[in-house]
Design a protein around this ligand. Structure first.
Ligand code: FAD
Length: 392
């Protein structure tokens, strides 16, 4: 069993680390606090070809393997998780269009998506339902050579920049089972009746916008139906969410690693007198066992989360169904992000609560990892179902 990166993956990781050090770290704190959109970082990611991560080379993309994709999301999130969010749903949807799109859809969409000239997102969640996608209410019906879409989506990240916007709809609300009546339509923007509403206020995940989107009888050509066949939308979305779970698991690893790095650094700088132990002179808090226990647990958890993520990513690369593996990775890594951010804050004492250091941002960004692409409880249920099926 080999847990090492290939030479190519290791080189790619170095390039990413240099990019994050030079372009993201110097501005992340200030821009995140001010809620400034990271336009320059997006431009730099375009020139690096990162918007083409999941687009095959024949359409001008990178055609990266899933471990390399995990490296991108981990390294970006070590610098600023919000920036990784700009690439997240874009990469997932590019993968979905390439995997399920007709030849005409791929030829039309993927070249510009690969360069970032055009960008995309994924519109699944609605005001009344997120975990239960079969409960969506957005409808689309055929009208001559077009579909007409009516409904609303919620929390759609990158919505304001999305063209096309893949939207999960019900094309046959009476279908049983319900998923047979669900489809994805690629909505080119702008479109009459398509309104990107307010940016929803967020605890963290600053940088990308997450919006309400309203479809007021939006007409799209019939050939906007992903794959050209109705009734496959839920399956298309769920399989794209496997990539999404690698992306979120890797982001969680990046947050956890950054939390550990900050704690380790701070523990060597901050001094305290151990009046309860042998030494009564001032020493770095890193010398205190109480701090060392936290650092050891954090580092162990981060590495376990990273290896689980790489393992799940490798499974996806073999082309087999990997919802069990990707769910395990995302469940574990997101909980590690949460615990690491909190532990790092404890190591920092009062400084960790200050908006002058990055730890509080990690603490605000971490919870989303346990929500998007399946909440932790939904993933536990999915994992249990798969385990019980295979035990039968
Ligand atoms: C910042 C942010 C960005 C997002 N970006 C996007 C995006 O780009 N595109 C998109 O489509 N969506 C996006 N989402 C939505 C996200 O995917 C959903 O929030 C998530 O899937 C959970 O759905 P929900 O919020 O409707 O929660 P609900 O489904 O209402 O769940 C509420 C609680 O009930 C639990 N629960 C629900 N059903 C069950 C069940 N059957 N059994 C046990 N427990 C259950 C959940 O675990 C959770 O604890 C984003 C969300 C956020 C916060």
């Amino acid at each position: 069993m080999d847990f090492e990166l290939s030479d190519e993956q290791a080189m790619f990781r170095t390039v990413l680390q240099d990019f994050v050090r030079d372009h993201i770290v110097p501005v992340a704190h200030d821009w995140e606090q001010r809620g400034r959109y990271p336009t320059e970082i997006v431009d730099a990611m375009k020139s690096m070809g990162l918007f083409g991560l999941t687009v095959p080379e024949r359409y001008g993309g990178m055609g990266a393997d899933m471990v390399s994709l995990a490296l991108v999301f981990e390294e970006l999130s070590r610098g600023w998780m919000g920036v990784a969010g700009i690439l997240g749903s874009h990469s997932l949807s590019c993968w979905m269009i390439n995997r399920y799109g007709t030849e005409a859809q791929k030829a039309r969409q993927l070249h510009e998506l690969a360069t970032g000239t055009r960008r995309t997102c994924i519109a699944l969640t609605e005001p009344d339902t997120g975990s239960d996608l079969q409960g969506i209410r957005t409808r689309a019906w055929r009208d001559g050579d077009a579909y007409v879409i009516r409904g609303a989506k919620f929390w759609i990240t990158n919505a304001r920049h999305a063209d096309p916007m893949p939207v999960l709809v019900k094309t046959d609300p009476s279908a049983i089972p319900e998923h047979r009546g669900m489809s994805i339509l690629l909505v080119d923007a702008p479109a009459d009746g398509l309104a990107i509403g307010r940016d929803i206020g967020k605890l963290g995940y600053k940088g990308p916008e997450s919006c309400e989107v309203v479809f007021d009888d939006v007409r799209v050509p019939a050939d906007a139906l992903l794959g050209g066949v109705e009734g496959r939308g839920l399956q298309q979305a769920l399989s794209a969410l496997e990539i999404g779970r690698i992306n979120v698991a890797a982001r969680a690893v990046g947050i956890a690693q950054a939390a550990y790095d900050a704690a380790c650094r701070y523990s060597k700088e901050r001094h305290a007198v151990d009046r309860h132990g042998d030494a009564s002179h001032s020493q770095p808090i890193a010398h205190l066992q109480a701090i060392q226990l936290k650092l050891a647990d954090m580092a162990t958890n981060v590495q376990a989360a990273r290896l689980l993520t790489w393992w799940a990513a490798s499974q996806l690369d073999t082309g087999v169904r990997a919802d069990l593996e990707t769910s395990m990775a995302k469940l574990f890594a997101s909980e590690v992000a949460l615990s690491s951010a909190l532990e790092s804050m404890r190591v920092h004492g009062g400084a960790g609560y200050s908006t002058e250091l990055d730890v509080e941002r990690l603490y605000r960004d971490a919870p989303l990892m346990a929500i998007g692409e399946g909440t932790s409880d939904i993933l536990r249920l999915l994992i249990a179902r798969r385990l019980l099926e295979s035990a039968a």
